[in-house]
Ligand binder design. Structure first.
Ligand code: GLN
Length: 216
């Protein structure tokens, strides 16, 4: 059965994510309300403006609903602003901006190195490169214990994971390369038994991103 993966569609770059997920075999649905969220197994949080998304998550009633689903082990993939939403600490955020704390990382908004605007660059993973499109990208300034760095750019983490929570500071949906979405779909379909989701250590049989990248 195809997994049903929602794409948070309150604001930002959600359409390209749905296209990429569909090409990877998922059924997708746009999530704007708590009722939409009930129908999905996993959620992608797109790029956009994290402070606006935070406000819209609260006004739509989705913030608490998403937090509850993450706490009960739903797989999530956040890109750029979506990564900010998943982080445990936002630096240079708006004072009222909230995040889910699903990944123990500190991220600084709009602060990737000295290049604060857009740039493209290859990202190193142990098995090769992935083309990264960075648009006013957040910089990961701290990675907590249990968070695995899966990709880096000039030595800085840009792709991180803990269990089935995956986050990228770039926009994989704009790279014309579906390998990361394919990897996320495989995380969703190989969901751990209840109580084990969020485990820091990959479980036996769990697909590794390195295999996915090699195959792609
Ligand atoms: N700068 C945006 C923010 O802070 C993120 C940019 C993006 O998602 N491309 O929310």
């Amino acid at each position: 059965m195809n997994p049903v993966i929602g794409v948070l569609a309150l604001q930002g770059a959600f359409a390209a994510h749905a296209d990429s997920l569909s090409r990877c075999g998922a059924t997708t649905c746009e999530v704007r309300t708590p009722a939409d969220l009930r129908d999905v197994q996993a959620l992608v949080m797109p790029g956009g403006e994290s402070s606006t998304m935070s406000q819209l998550l609260e006004s739509s009633g989705l913030f608490d609903a998403v937090a509850d689903r993450i706490a009960s082990g739903m797989a999530v993939f956040g890109t750029c602003a979506g990564m900010i939403l998943l982080s445990s600490e936002i630096l240079d955020g708006r004072p009222d901006q909230r995040s889910f704390g699903a990944l123990d990382i500190s991220v600084r908004r709009n602060a990737f190195g000295r290049q604060i605007d857009s740039f493209e660059s290859d990202i190193d993973t142990p098995q090769g490169t992935f083309h990264g499109v960075f648009i006013r990208a957040p910089r990961i300034e701290r990675v907590g214990p249990g968070v695995e760095v899966m990709g880096s750019l000039r030595g800085e983490p840009v792709l991180v994971r803990r269990g089935n929570v995956l986050a990228a500071s770039f926009h994989p949906e704009l790279a014309g390369d579906d390998r990361l979405h394919g990897y996320f779909v495989s995380l969703v379909t190989s969901a751990a038994p209840a109580g084990e989701t969020g485990a820091a250590v990959p479980r036996p049989g769990e697909p590794s991103i390195h295999e996915t990248i090699r195959e792609g």
